[in-house]
Design a protein around this ligand. Structure first.
Ligand code: ATP
Ligand code: MG
Length: 291
């Protein structure tokens, strides 16, 4: 019988990589640990999704993955199943609030650098399937000095560095920016998010300070995406295991997420550049992991 699906396939051309919109890959990292990367990654993804974007969050903080914990979910499958070739990308994609999808880190995977070549290639092929499925792939990583994380950073279209206003976090953010600019052979779109600022003024001062030293000593233009205010609702939401953007949509932190998302969406999209998208991200991953 001539079924509906068959008729649709004849009318609608099958999407190819050329006509699918590029999936923009954004890696979230920091110099110092515990500055709010995972909370930012998840709530930023929810904000993008609330604006109609299709978002996948990849929890790449191997060994310490906790995106699922922040949502109070118990994933059936994780990234560990993928690299062990026990599942496909479609089988490990989990559904979160507001229609976001995420890939849980899980335990059993210690370091991307220890993957066998066939496991790594399977991971690359499976991630490549996301091309056209998502507008954004948000990668939450551990602190950036880890060699595996550094390779994710060096392969991304966009990198967001999270720092708090504490001098230790700022110093470590600068050290990471220095490492990235030294290791990267191309111009990265690196942006700063100041988290836990006590005022707009404080956030601006931190961004200016880091931008100034990056320009002066590294000749690098560090852009500022914006800031998140220090907000007790963030910790409350973490304890309740509901993302603050969902649990407390009118809180100061959620309003900051709104602003950050709006700024992100105003930026030129990956579609305008041939060099952006998941395919070029994955080909850079293959290069940097080989070295
Ligand atoms: N804007 C904020 N206001 C108040 N508290 C915050 C804010 N952002 C983060 N926190 C607090 O910081 C804690 C750590 O945040 P999170 O787990 O997101 O950091 P991280 O950078 O991902 O840590 P790690 O380096 O261990 O992966 C949260 O549990 C929360 O209590
Ligand atoms: Mg984290």
């Amino acid at each position: 019988m001539f079924d509906q699906a068959q008729r649709l396939r004849q009318i609608v051309p099958v999407a190819t990589d050329e006509i699918r919109p590029a999936t923009r890959v954004i890696t979230i990292t920091s110099g110092k640990g515990g500055v709010g990367k995972s909370n930012f990654s998840l709530n930023f993804a929810l904000g993008l999704s609330a604006c109609g974007k299709k978002v996948v969050v990849l929890d790449a903080d191997v060994g310490f993955a906790n995106i699922d914990v922040l949502m109070g979910q118990t994933p059936r499958r994780t990234l560990a199943d993928l690299v062990q070739k026990k599942a496909t990308i479609w089988e490990i994609l989990e559904l979160g609030p507001y229609g976001i999808h995420y890939i849980a880190g899980g335990s059993g995977l210690r370091d991307f650098l220890t993957l066998q070549p066939d496991q790594f290639e399977y991971l690359m092929l499976q991630l490549g399937e996301l091309q056209g499925f998502a507008d954004f792939l948000i990668i939450d990583t551990g602190a950036g000095m880890n060699q595996g994380t550094l390779r994710f950073i060096l392969s991304s279209d966009d990198v967001i560095i999270v720092s708090t206003p504490e001098p230790t976090a700022i110093t470590d953010a600068y050290a990471l920016i220095k490492l990235i600019t030294r290791e990267s052979g191309r111009l990265l779109n690196m942006q700063l998010v100041v988290n836990r600022a006590t005022s707009i003024m404080e956030a601006k001062q931190v961004a200016e300070k880091l931008s100034l030293v990056s320009k002066k000593f590294l000749n690098f233009d560090l852009k500022s995406l914006g800031y998140l205010l220090d907000d007790p609702k963030v910790s409350e939401a973490v304890k309740q295991q509901v993302p603050f953007f969902v649990r407390y949509p009118d809180s100061p932190a959620s309003r900051c997420i709104d602003q950050l998302v709006r700024k992100q969406l105003k930026m030129p999209t990956g579609v305008q550049s041939m060099d952006m998208g998941i395919k070029s991200f994955l080909s850079r991953m293959r290069q940097v992991f080989r070295n």
